[in-house]
Design a protein around this ligand. Structure first.
Ligand code: HPA
Ligand SMILES: [Zn+2]
Length: 345
Protein backbone atom coordinates (compact mmCIF):
# COMPACT_ATOMS: atom_id res chain seq x y z
CA UNK A 1 0.00 0.00 0.00
CA UNK A 2 1.32 3.46 -0.90
CA UNK A 3 1.88 5.38 2.36
CA UNK A 4 0.38 8.86 2.25
CA UNK A 5 1.81 11.73 4.24
CA UNK A 6 -0.72 13.09 6.81
CA UNK A 7 -2.52 16.19 5.56
CA UNK A 8 -4.04 18.79 7.94
CA UNK A 9 -7.78 18.25 8.17
CA UNK A 10 -8.55 21.78 6.92
CA UNK A 11 -6.73 20.97 3.66
CA UNK A 12 -8.41 17.62 3.11
CA UNK A 13 -11.64 18.92 1.47
CA UNK A 14 -9.68 20.70 -1.28
CA UNK A 15 -7.69 17.56 -1.95
CA UNK A 16 -10.83 15.39 -2.06
CA UNK A 17 -12.31 17.74 -4.64
CA UNK A 18 -9.15 18.10 -6.72
CA UNK A 19 -7.93 14.51 -6.81
CA UNK A 20 -8.64 12.62 -10.03
CA UNK A 21 -11.16 9.82 -9.56
CA UNK A 22 -13.30 7.29 -11.39
CA UNK A 23 -17.03 6.90 -10.94
CA UNK A 24 -18.14 3.27 -11.28
CA UNK A 25 -21.75 3.43 -10.07
CA UNK A 26 -23.99 6.07 -11.58
CA UNK A 27 -27.43 5.40 -13.09
CA UNK A 28 -27.76 7.95 -15.83
CA UNK A 29 -31.54 8.17 -15.33
CA UNK A 30 -30.75 9.05 -11.71
CA UNK A 31 -28.84 12.13 -12.88
CA UNK A 32 -32.01 13.72 -14.32
CA UNK A 33 -32.43 16.92 -12.32
CA UNK A 34 -35.99 18.18 -11.67
CA UNK A 35 -35.33 21.22 -13.92
CA UNK A 36 -34.43 18.95 -16.83
CA UNK A 37 -37.41 16.66 -16.12
CA UNK A 38 -39.69 19.69 -16.45
CA UNK A 39 -37.91 21.02 -19.56
CA UNK A 40 -38.12 17.63 -21.30
CA UNK A 41 -41.76 17.13 -20.23
CA UNK A 42 -42.59 20.42 -21.91
CA UNK A 43 -40.46 19.75 -25.00
CA UNK A 44 -42.09 16.33 -25.50
CA UNK A 45 -45.63 17.12 -24.32
CA UNK A 46 -45.44 14.51 -21.55
CA UNK A 47 -47.69 15.09 -18.51
CA UNK A 48 -46.06 14.65 -15.09
CA UNK A 49 -48.03 14.56 -11.84
CA UNK A 50 -46.18 17.50 -10.22
CA UNK A 51 -47.05 21.18 -10.61
CA UNK A 52 -43.54 22.58 -10.21
CA UNK A 53 -39.85 21.78 -9.81
CA UNK A 54 -40.19 22.54 -6.10
CA UNK A 55 -43.14 20.16 -5.70
CA UNK A 56 -41.19 17.41 -7.47
CA UNK A 57 -38.12 17.97 -5.31
CA UNK A 58 -40.33 17.79 -2.20
CA UNK A 59 -41.38 14.28 -3.22
CA UNK A 60 -37.77 13.14 -2.81
CA UNK A 61 -38.28 11.92 0.76
CA UNK A 62 -37.53 8.22 0.62
CA UNK A 63 -37.87 5.49 3.23
CA UNK A 64 -36.28 2.63 1.30
CA UNK A 65 -35.16 1.56 -2.19
CA UNK A 66 -38.68 0.91 -3.54
CA UNK A 67 -40.02 4.31 -2.47
CA UNK A 68 -37.21 5.86 -4.54
CA UNK A 69 -37.59 3.58 -7.56
CA UNK A 70 -41.27 4.53 -7.98
CA UNK A 71 -40.33 8.21 -8.44
CA UNK A 72 -37.17 7.42 -10.44
CA UNK A 73 -39.11 5.46 -13.09
CA UNK A 74 -41.76 8.21 -13.26
CA UNK A 75 -39.02 10.83 -13.84
CA UNK A 76 -37.53 8.79 -16.70
CA UNK A 77 -40.86 8.86 -18.57
CA UNK A 78 -40.01 12.28 -20.09
CA UNK A 79 -37.15 10.75 -22.15
CA UNK A 80 -38.30 10.02 -25.69
CA UNK A 81 -35.82 11.24 -28.33
CA UNK A 82 -32.15 10.64 -29.01
CA UNK A 83 -31.44 14.27 -28.10
CA UNK A 84 -33.14 13.78 -24.69
CA UNK A 85 -30.77 10.93 -23.85
CA UNK A 86 -27.86 13.04 -25.08
CA UNK A 87 -28.87 16.10 -23.02
CA UNK A 88 -29.28 14.06 -19.84
CA UNK A 89 -25.89 12.37 -20.27
CA UNK A 90 -24.10 15.58 -21.22
CA UNK A 91 -25.44 17.37 -18.14
CA UNK A 92 -24.08 14.56 -15.95
CA UNK A 93 -20.70 14.49 -17.70
CA UNK A 94 -20.23 18.25 -17.24
CA UNK A 95 -20.81 17.78 -13.50
CA UNK A 96 -18.46 14.79 -13.44
CA UNK A 97 -15.71 16.82 -15.15
CA UNK A 98 -16.16 19.63 -12.61
CA UNK A 99 -15.63 17.04 -9.84
CA UNK A 100 -12.39 15.80 -11.48
CA UNK A 101 -13.91 12.51 -12.54
CA UNK A 102 -11.60 11.35 -15.35
CA UNK A 103 -13.31 8.00 -15.97
CA UNK A 104 -17.01 7.16 -15.65
CA UNK A 105 -18.74 3.83 -16.22
CA UNK A 106 -22.38 4.76 -16.67
CA UNK A 107 -25.36 2.46 -16.03
CA UNK A 108 -28.49 2.73 -18.13
CA UNK A 109 -31.84 0.96 -17.80
CA UNK A 110 -33.07 0.25 -21.36
CA UNK A 111 -36.19 -1.63 -20.24
CA UNK A 112 -37.50 1.56 -18.61
CA UNK A 113 -37.52 3.10 -22.08
CA UNK A 114 -38.25 0.22 -24.47
CA UNK A 115 -41.34 -0.64 -22.36
CA UNK A 116 -42.66 2.85 -23.32
CA UNK A 117 -42.04 2.27 -27.04
CA UNK A 118 -38.66 4.05 -27.27
CA UNK A 119 -36.30 2.17 -29.60
CA UNK A 120 -33.12 0.64 -28.15
CA UNK A 121 -31.12 2.48 -30.81
CA UNK A 122 -32.54 5.86 -29.73
CA UNK A 123 -31.44 5.22 -26.15
CA UNK A 124 -27.96 3.89 -26.90
CA UNK A 125 -27.16 6.40 -29.65
CA UNK A 126 -28.01 9.40 -27.46
CA UNK A 127 -26.03 8.12 -24.48
CA UNK A 128 -23.07 7.06 -26.58
CA UNK A 129 -22.85 10.32 -28.54
CA UNK A 130 -22.56 12.25 -25.27
CA UNK A 131 -19.82 9.85 -24.08
CA UNK A 132 -17.89 10.39 -27.32
CA UNK A 133 -18.20 14.18 -27.02
CA UNK A 134 -17.11 14.05 -23.36
CA UNK A 135 -13.81 12.46 -24.28
CA UNK A 136 -13.06 15.22 -26.81
CA UNK A 137 -14.53 18.25 -25.03
CA UNK A 138 -14.32 17.48 -21.29
CA UNK A 139 -11.46 15.00 -21.01
CA UNK A 140 -13.76 12.46 -19.35
CA UNK A 141 -13.39 8.89 -20.52
CA UNK A 142 -16.97 7.53 -20.32
CA UNK A 143 -18.32 4.07 -21.14
CA UNK A 144 -21.76 2.47 -20.84
CA UNK A 145 -23.02 -0.55 -18.86
CA UNK A 146 -26.48 -1.91 -19.69
CA UNK A 147 -28.48 -2.91 -16.61
CA UNK A 148 -31.25 -5.50 -16.50
CA UNK A 149 -34.17 -4.70 -14.22
CA UNK A 150 -34.34 -7.51 -11.68
CA UNK A 151 -38.05 -7.04 -10.86
CA UNK A 152 -38.75 -8.18 -14.44
CA UNK A 153 -38.24 -11.73 -15.75
CA UNK A 154 -35.06 -13.30 -17.09
CA UNK A 155 -36.91 -13.78 -20.37
CA UNK A 156 -37.39 -10.00 -20.57
CA UNK A 157 -33.67 -9.58 -19.90
CA UNK A 158 -32.85 -11.99 -22.75
CA UNK A 159 -35.15 -9.97 -25.03
CA UNK A 160 -33.41 -6.77 -24.00
CA UNK A 161 -29.98 -8.26 -24.67
CA UNK A 162 -31.12 -9.36 -28.12
CA UNK A 163 -32.30 -5.82 -28.92
CA UNK A 164 -29.01 -4.35 -27.68
CA UNK A 165 -26.60 -6.72 -29.43
CA UNK A 166 -26.58 -4.79 -32.75
CA UNK A 167 -25.03 -1.95 -30.69
CA UNK A 168 -22.60 -4.11 -28.73
CA UNK A 169 -19.66 -1.88 -29.68
CA UNK A 170 -21.32 0.95 -27.69
CA UNK A 171 -21.43 -0.69 -24.23
CA UNK A 172 -18.78 -2.57 -22.28
CA UNK A 173 -20.80 -4.66 -19.86
CA UNK A 174 -24.04 -5.54 -18.14
CA UNK A 175 -25.35 -5.03 -14.62
CA UNK A 176 -28.40 -5.84 -12.51
CA UNK A 177 -30.45 -3.21 -10.70
CA UNK A 178 -33.92 -2.22 -9.39
CA UNK A 179 -35.81 -3.88 -6.49
CA UNK A 180 -33.34 -6.20 -4.78
CA UNK A 181 -35.12 -8.12 -2.03
CA UNK A 182 -37.07 -11.07 -3.49
CA UNK A 183 -35.10 -10.95 -6.75
CA UNK A 184 -31.84 -12.81 -6.04
CA UNK A 185 -28.99 -12.77 -8.57
CA UNK A 186 -29.52 -16.45 -9.48
CA UNK A 187 -32.81 -15.46 -11.18
CA UNK A 188 -30.53 -14.13 -13.97
CA UNK A 189 -27.98 -16.98 -14.11
CA UNK A 190 -28.56 -17.90 -17.76
CA UNK A 191 -28.59 -14.38 -19.20
CA UNK A 192 -25.39 -13.48 -17.33
CA UNK A 193 -23.75 -16.70 -18.62
CA UNK A 194 -24.62 -15.60 -22.13
CA UNK A 195 -23.23 -12.09 -21.57
CA UNK A 196 -20.05 -13.63 -20.18
CA UNK A 197 -19.68 -15.80 -23.28
CA UNK A 198 -20.10 -12.64 -25.37
CA UNK A 199 -17.09 -11.10 -23.61
CA UNK A 200 -19.06 -8.41 -21.76
CA UNK A 201 -17.97 -7.20 -18.33
CA UNK A 202 -20.33 -8.27 -15.53
CA UNK A 203 -21.44 -6.39 -12.41
CA UNK A 204 -24.53 -6.60 -10.17
CA UNK A 205 -26.19 -4.70 -7.35
CA UNK A 206 -26.07 -6.94 -4.28
CA UNK A 207 -26.11 -6.33 -0.55
CA UNK A 208 -27.65 -2.85 -0.78
CA UNK A 209 -30.73 -3.91 1.20
CA UNK A 210 -30.46 -7.63 0.43
CA UNK A 211 -28.55 -10.23 2.49
CA UNK A 212 -24.93 -11.44 2.15
CA UNK A 213 -26.32 -14.52 0.35
CA UNK A 214 -27.09 -12.26 -2.63
CA UNK A 215 -23.46 -11.10 -2.73
CA UNK A 216 -22.29 -14.73 -2.67
CA UNK A 217 -24.58 -15.66 -5.56
CA UNK A 218 -23.64 -12.58 -7.57
CA UNK A 219 -20.01 -13.78 -7.27
CA UNK A 220 -20.45 -17.53 -7.60
CA UNK A 221 -23.50 -17.85 -9.87
CA UNK A 222 -23.36 -14.70 -12.01
CA UNK A 223 -19.54 -14.49 -11.80
CA UNK A 224 -19.54 -10.71 -11.57
CA UNK A 225 -16.28 -8.74 -11.44
CA UNK A 226 -17.59 -6.02 -9.09
CA UNK A 227 -20.37 -5.74 -6.51
CA UNK A 228 -22.52 -2.61 -6.61
CA UNK A 229 -23.13 -1.46 -3.01
CA UNK A 230 -22.24 -4.61 -1.03
CA UNK A 231 -22.54 -2.73 2.27
CA UNK A 232 -24.44 -5.62 3.92
CA UNK A 233 -21.38 -7.87 3.41
CA UNK A 234 -19.87 -7.35 6.90
CA UNK A 235 -22.83 -9.31 8.33
CA UNK A 236 -20.94 -12.39 7.05
CA UNK A 237 -17.24 -12.48 8.05
CA UNK A 238 -16.55 -15.31 5.58
CA UNK A 239 -17.85 -13.09 2.78
CA UNK A 240 -15.56 -10.24 3.85
CA UNK A 241 -12.61 -12.67 3.64
CA UNK A 242 -13.67 -13.73 0.16
CA UNK A 243 -14.06 -10.11 -1.06
CA UNK A 244 -10.62 -9.28 0.30
CA UNK A 245 -8.92 -12.41 -1.06
CA UNK A 246 -10.26 -11.91 -4.60
CA UNK A 247 -9.96 -8.12 -4.47
CA UNK A 248 -13.56 -7.68 -5.58
CA UNK A 249 -14.35 -3.95 -5.86
CA UNK A 250 -17.41 -2.66 -3.99
CA UNK A 251 -19.00 0.43 -5.56
CA UNK A 252 -20.28 2.08 -2.39
CA UNK A 253 -22.71 5.03 -2.56
CA UNK A 254 -22.78 6.84 0.82
CA UNK A 255 -25.38 9.56 0.14
CA UNK A 256 -27.64 6.99 -1.54
CA UNK A 257 -27.38 4.74 1.53
CA UNK A 258 -28.23 7.70 3.74
CA UNK A 259 -31.25 8.82 1.67
CA UNK A 260 -32.62 5.27 1.35
CA UNK A 261 -32.20 4.71 5.09
CA UNK A 262 -29.67 1.88 4.73
CA UNK A 263 -27.72 3.68 7.50
CA UNK A 264 -29.47 6.07 9.92
CA UNK A 265 -26.67 8.68 9.65
CA UNK A 266 -23.55 9.12 7.54
CA UNK A 267 -21.50 8.80 10.74
CA UNK A 268 -22.81 5.21 10.99
CA UNK A 269 -21.71 4.30 7.45
CA UNK A 270 -19.30 1.36 7.19
CA UNK A 271 -17.12 2.72 4.36
CA UNK A 272 -14.13 3.35 6.64
CA UNK A 273 -14.49 -0.13 8.16
CA UNK A 274 -14.62 -1.71 4.69
CA UNK A 275 -11.40 0.07 3.69
CA UNK A 276 -9.70 -0.75 6.98
CA UNK A 277 -10.62 -4.43 6.42
CA UNK A 278 -8.63 -4.25 3.18
CA UNK A 279 -11.59 -4.30 0.79
CA UNK A 280 -11.43 -2.55 -2.59
CA UNK A 281 -14.18 -0.05 -1.73
CA UNK A 282 -14.92 3.01 -3.88
CA UNK A 283 -17.15 6.10 -3.57
CA UNK A 284 -19.92 6.75 -6.10
CA UNK A 285 -23.03 8.88 -6.50
CA UNK A 286 -25.64 6.25 -7.63
CA UNK A 287 -28.53 8.65 -8.45
CA UNK A 288 -27.10 12.10 -7.73
CA UNK A 289 -30.14 14.15 -8.74
CA UNK A 290 -32.24 12.27 -6.19
CA UNK A 291 -29.77 11.71 -3.35
CA UNK A 292 -28.37 15.19 -2.87
CA UNK A 293 -24.96 15.13 -4.46
CA UNK A 294 -22.52 14.21 -7.19
CA UNK A 295 -19.08 12.67 -6.59
CA UNK A 296 -17.36 15.41 -4.63
CA UNK A 297 -20.37 15.95 -2.41
CA UNK A 298 -20.27 12.22 -1.58
CA UNK A 299 -16.59 12.44 -0.69
CA UNK A 300 -16.87 15.69 1.29
CA UNK A 301 -19.91 14.75 3.37
CA UNK A 302 -18.69 11.22 4.08
CA UNK A 303 -15.22 12.34 5.14
CA UNK A 304 -16.69 15.08 7.36
CA UNK A 305 -18.95 12.53 9.06
CA UNK A 306 -16.60 9.58 9.48
CA UNK A 307 -13.17 11.04 10.18
CA UNK A 308 -11.42 9.34 7.30
CA UNK A 309 -7.92 10.60 6.45
CA UNK A 310 -5.79 11.45 3.40
CA UNK A 311 -4.70 7.80 3.37
CA UNK A 312 -8.35 6.74 2.96
CA UNK A 313 -8.85 9.38 0.25
CA UNK A 314 -5.89 8.08 -1.72
CA UNK A 315 -7.03 4.48 -1.31
CA UNK A 316 -10.58 5.27 -2.48
CA UNK A 317 -9.36 7.07 -5.62
CA UNK A 318 -6.78 4.40 -6.35
CA UNK A 319 -9.39 1.64 -5.86
CA UNK A 320 -11.67 3.43 -8.31
CA UNK A 321 -9.02 3.21 -11.02
CA UNK A 322 -7.93 -0.32 -10.19
CA UNK A 323 -11.56 -1.48 -10.08
CA UNK A 324 -12.46 0.21 -13.35
CA UNK A 325 -12.71 -1.51 -16.71
CA UNK A 326 -10.26 0.96 -18.28
CA UNK A 327 -7.35 -0.37 -20.32
CA UNK A 328 -4.27 -1.15 -18.20
CA UNK A 329 -2.26 1.68 -19.80
CA UNK A 330 -5.04 4.17 -18.97
CA UNK A 331 -5.24 2.89 -15.38
CA UNK A 332 -1.50 3.52 -14.98
CA UNK A 333 -1.90 7.02 -16.42
CA UNK A 334 -4.77 7.83 -14.01
CA UNK A 335 -2.77 6.55 -11.02
CA UNK A 336 0.20 8.70 -12.04
CA UNK A 337 -2.12 11.73 -12.05
CA UNK A 338 -3.43 10.72 -8.64
CA UNK A 339 0.09 10.38 -7.24
CA UNK A 340 0.95 13.83 -8.63
CA UNK A 341 -2.12 15.36 -6.94
CA UNK A 342 -1.06 13.91 -3.58
CA UNK A 343 2.57 14.92 -4.05
CA UNK A 344 1.46 18.52 -4.69
CA UNK A 345 -0.97 18.65 -1.74
O1 HPA B 1 -29.57 2.26 -5.82
C1 HPA B 1 -30.19 1.56 -6.65
N1 HPA B 1 -30.44 0.27 -6.38
C2 HPA B 1 -31.09 -0.52 -7.23
N2 HPA B 1 -31.54 -0.09 -8.39
C3 HPA B 1 -31.33 1.19 -8.73
N3 HPA B 1 -31.67 1.83 -9.84
C4 HPA B 1 -31.25 3.09 -9.71
N4 HPA B 1 -30.64 3.24 -8.53
C5 HPA B 1 -30.67 2.04 -7.89
ZN1 LIG C 1 -27.25 1.76 -8.03
Amino acid sequence: MTAIRPIPSDRLPALLAAMPKAELHIHIEGSLEPELIFALAQRNGVAIPYASVEELRKAYAFTNLQSFLDIYYAGASVLLKEQDFYDMTWAYLEKAAADNVVRSEIFFDPQTHTARGVAMQTVIDGLHRACTDAKAKLGVDAELILCFLRHLSEEDAFDTLEQALPFKDKFIGVGLDSSEVGHPPEKFARVFAKCRALGLHLVAHAGEEGPPAYVWSALDVLKVERIDHGVQSPKDPELVKRLAKDRIPLTVCPLSNLKLCVFPQLADHNLKALLDAGLVATVNSDDPAYFGGYMNENFLQTFAATGMTAQHAYQLARNSFEGSFAREADKRRYIEKLDAAFAAA
